[in-house]
Design a protein around this ligand. Structure first.
Ligand SMILES: [Zn+2]
Length: 450
């Protein structure tokens, strides 16, 4: 009798395994994606102007009231989908839960940001759909998207702005793709899914949105931001970033009586800037080289404020750059008796690479999912940061997936419906990979949850 029971149990287990596998093999995820719905949602979100403001972001999140409009629309959509715990917090971070349909599954968070960069006009956005057959795309104000940029989009539906604003595919493509993936999972309840948490954040472009997000107490095992470019790319490395702020206070005396008394803070600032390495600027560095960037100088004879960016992939190098600035400023302060120089290094985020090594499956499973979409995954080092850099640093490991847009932060920004579909397929495939590996990976996850 005992033997029979064991045989029956083994038989059931094997059947279950075959069943689970079949579900995934029978339905390629791409076929389940509703491209029209994906396109419609993207356009709906893109039309809402959500430009953020880096100056105001120091004081309040969201930095601009208009971001709230999109948060409300998204929350309504998530409620209509029947997701659990749909919430907008005081910073207009939108969260929702989509429980798993199987016990003992990983908890995976998907992030996208609602704001757009204010580098160019952010709205009102008037999206245009082009059935692209080749050549340049010419928009209003003679804004031209070059055919070289569009070489992979022939035969695709390319979406652009009308040329007067950015499009905002960064990151509304990411939002639309995540929501489409959820739609697919709702429509296909036989697909086993992990526990999914959605987070839509304000103020990514100002770097401040995640500072008000409680990553430490957020109940997820890992996360992905969907905020990159090409679908095959997986951003696993970012800069180490400091945004130093230097305040130089001089000594102001009436110019007529200034001899040997006045210290003009602008002149001191000029002296400092002349000591920065000339070849270590964004325009003269590439690949893995770091840089110093002078972001803003504001001043009078009495006081000058210099805002800078210091970036490097190597943490020790980034630290060395900060030490160099500090040492240089100290020397200058010493030389000009009476000048006061205040230096704040302001660390913003760290390279996520090292921290991700703690749980390499976060990367390898994502690669497996991307492969399943028929792509050749490529790990990418971003010459910038992502929301994931800050989240990873705070313990929520978060590499960045492609959202499909190109020419971010400009009027020539575009995304195609086909590329968005691919990115959505990646999300679905990556979630499936986690489900398939759940048995082997759960002990490790349970250990990490402690
Ligand atoms: Zn973005």
């Amino acid at each position: 009798m005992k033997k029979i029971i064991i045989i029956v149990i083994i038989f059931l287990c094997v059947c279950n395994q075959i069943y689970a596998k079949n579900i995934l093999e029978d339905k390629t995820m791409e076929k389940l994606i509703n491209k029209e719905r994906l396109q419609a949602n993207f356009i709906k979100y893109a039309k809402i102007d959500t430009g953020s403001d880096s100056v105001k972001a120091e004081l309040q999140i969201p930095s601009t009231d208009k971001q709230k409009n999109l948060a409300i629309v998204i929350a309504k959509d998530l409620e209509q989908l029947g997701l659990k715990n749909v919430n907008i917090d005081k910073h207009y971070i939108v969260t929702a839960d989509f429980p798993s349909n199987r016990e003992n599954m990983p908890i995976i968070a998907l992030f996208a940001h609602m704001d757009t960069s204010s580098d160019v006009s952010t709205g009102p956005v008037n999206p245009q759909i082009h059935n692209y057959t080749g050549g340049d795309i010419v928009l209003k104000n003679n804004i031209i998207i070059k055919s070289e940029d569009l070489k992979n989009e022939i035969g695709n539906k390319v979406i652009t702005s009308d040329g007067t604003t950015l499009l905002g595919a960064d990151d509304k493509a990411g939002i639309a793709e995540i929501i489409e993936a959820i739609n697919v999972l709702i429509e296909n309840p036989s697909i086993i899914r992990p526990e999914i948490k959605l987070v839509f954040t304000p103020d990514e472009e100002t770097g401040m949105g995640t500072t008000v997000f409680d990553a430490e107490n957020f109940n997820a095992d890992l996360a992905y931001t969907v905020d990159g470019s090409a679908p095959q790319e997986l951003d696993t490395e970012t800069f180490n970033a400091y945004n130093p702020e230097i305040t130089i206070t001089g000594k102001v005396v009436h110019c007529g009586y200034a001899y040997n008394k006045m210290i003009n803070s602008l002149e001191v600032a000029n002296e400092f800037l002349s000591k920065l390495p000339k070849d270590e600027t964004p325009a003269k560095t590439k690949g893995r080289q770091g840089y110093y960037y002078i972001d803003e100088i504001k001043g009078t004879g009495e006081r000058t404020i210099i805002k800078m960016l210091v970036r490097d992939f190597d943490y020790n190098q980034a630290k060395k750059r900060i030490d160099f600035l500090e040492k240089t400023l100290k020397e200058i302060e010493k030389k000009h008796n009476g000048v006061i120089i205040d230096f704040k290094p302001k660390m913003r985020y760290l390279n996520m690479k090292e921290k991700l090594q703690e749980f390499p499956e976060v990367i390898t499973y994502a690669e497996e999912g991307i492969k399943r979409s028929g792509l050749n995954p490529k790990q990418n080092s971003v010459r910038g940061g992502t929301d994931g850099s800050a989240l990873t640093l705070r313990g929520l490991l978060t590499p960045n997936l492609g959202a499909g847009g190109e020419n971010f932060h400009s009027q020539t920004e575009f995304v195609s419906v086909e590329t968005m579909t691919k990115c959505c397929e990646n999300i679905l495939n990556i979630l499936s990979v986690w489900v398939e590996h759940s048995e082997e990976i759960m002990p490790k996850i349970l250990e990490r949850r402690k």
